[in-house]
Design a protein around this ligand. Structure first.
Ligand code: PLP
Length: 359
């Protein structure tokens, strides 16, 4: 068996220990004589899996009691609509910080349902930085304030929680959830597609403060109403059963490693290794403002499209795959989520040094 180091932005690497455990339990889950994939979502075996997954997520993230954890489908992209349908029902206004494609999509979708205000944007410099926020420009009576915490495509991330007072802060954490500790109590709602740091595609996790549930617009489809999922413990209909099971294994893996403090330490060490090299290299350079650098997604360029192409092709032949940057940025991007081992980043940096010497 030969596994590659996969730098894909998502779906992305899963911890090898998780895949091995899933393989071991594939045909016969803990003596039940079935695969988790074949199980009724209302069976007692599955009940323990979904409840166990939620309990572990609460423990690992320190989620306060007055928050619900919802397991839904439709990806983070469905949340771009589900959030305004459920929350934009007081003043009908919400504020947005535009820090990349995903933040832009969240804003565009919300604009279909109410007054979606842009309070800051870094579009002027291809989203290579996080704009400074001026609370005086915030909408006082907004129903929520939306940010994308980690910008997967551009490689920036917030390092301070915006001060929004009584306005609930909503954060897309698709590409950074579980990468470091977060103070959940500072947010009204946190959401994430699972396929970057939590498990396979198909599962979306929503962490929502209870007082924000039950205010959906009349026309909201049943499946888009947070209250339906909250009242039914995410079992209103069939949830993405296997993805939730893998997510539980991932959370067990994180807990065994030492939780989110330890994850952060590991992630910072990996990111530092790559950033230090980028800062010292004569060929490669990073594309974002230093103070806003993500520890999950690291874009870089050589300055020559031809060399970028050559690098992507040659690195791929060495088992360092999916390093091509997003089409709007060009160059390369290394996504180094929780499951990327330090050895993967070491192998990447070693190859970059070799490439630099040869070119
Ligand atoms: C990947 C990603 C999305 C889109 O997620 P889907 O699950 O594919 O809808 C949204 N926001 C961020 C920050 C992402 O990284």
């Amino acid at each position: 068996m030969s596994r590659v180091y996969n730098f894909s932005p998502g779906p992305s690497m899963l911890p090898e220990a998780v895949l091995a455990k899933a393989a071991e339990e594939m045909l016969d889950y803990q003596g039940s004589g079935q695969s988790v994939m074949e199980m009724s979502h209302r069976s007692k075996e599955y009940d323990a899996i979904i409840k166990g997954c939620e309990a572990l997520l609460r423990e690992v993230m320190g989620i306060p009691e007055n928050y619900k954890v919802l397991f839904v489908q439709g990806g983070a992209s469905s949340q771009f609509a589900m959030i305004p349908m459920n929350l934009m029902t007081g003043s009908g206004k919400a504020d947005f910080v535009i820090t990349g494609q995903w933040a832009k999509k969240a804003h565009q979708e919300a604009a279909r349902y109410g007054e979606a205000n842009v309070v800051a944007s870094s579009a002027d410099e291809t989203f290579s930085y996080i704009p400074k926020l001026d609370p005086a420009s915030f909408t006082k009576d907004a129903d929520y304030f939306h940010i994308c915490w980690n910008n997967t495509i551009y490689g920036t991330r917030f390092s301070e929680i915006p001060e929004t007072g009584d306005v609930p802060l909503v954060a897309d954490m698709s590409s950074c959830i579980l990468s470091e500790p977060v103070d959940v109590s500072k947010f009204g709602l946190i959401y994430a597609g699972a396929q970057k740091n939590m498990g396979p595609a198909g599962l979306t996790v929503v962490i929502i403060r209870e007082d924000l549930i039950g205010k959906a617009m009349k026309a909201t489809p049943t499946m888009f109403d947070y209250k339906i999922h909250a009242d039914n413990d995410s079992l209103y209909n069939t949830p993405p059963t296997y993805a939730i099971y893998i997510c539980k294994l991932v959370l067990e893996w994180i807990k065994e490693i030492g939780g989110l403090e330890k994850m952060k330490e590991r992630n910072e060490k990996k990111a530092q290794l790559l950033y230090d090299f980028l800062d010292s290299s004569k060929l490669f350079k990073g594309t974002v403002a230093k103070e806003d650098r993500s520890i999950m997604n690291i874009p870089f360029i050589t300055g020559s499209d031809e060399l970028d192409k050559k690098f992507v092709a040659e690195s791929s032949a060495r088992g360092l795959i999916n390093l091509k940057g997003h089409r709007t940025v060009g160059g390369m991007r290394a996504s180094i989520y929780n499951a990327m081992p330090l050895e993967g980043v070491e192998a990447l940096v070693a190859f970059m040094k070799e490439f630099e010497a040869n070119n």
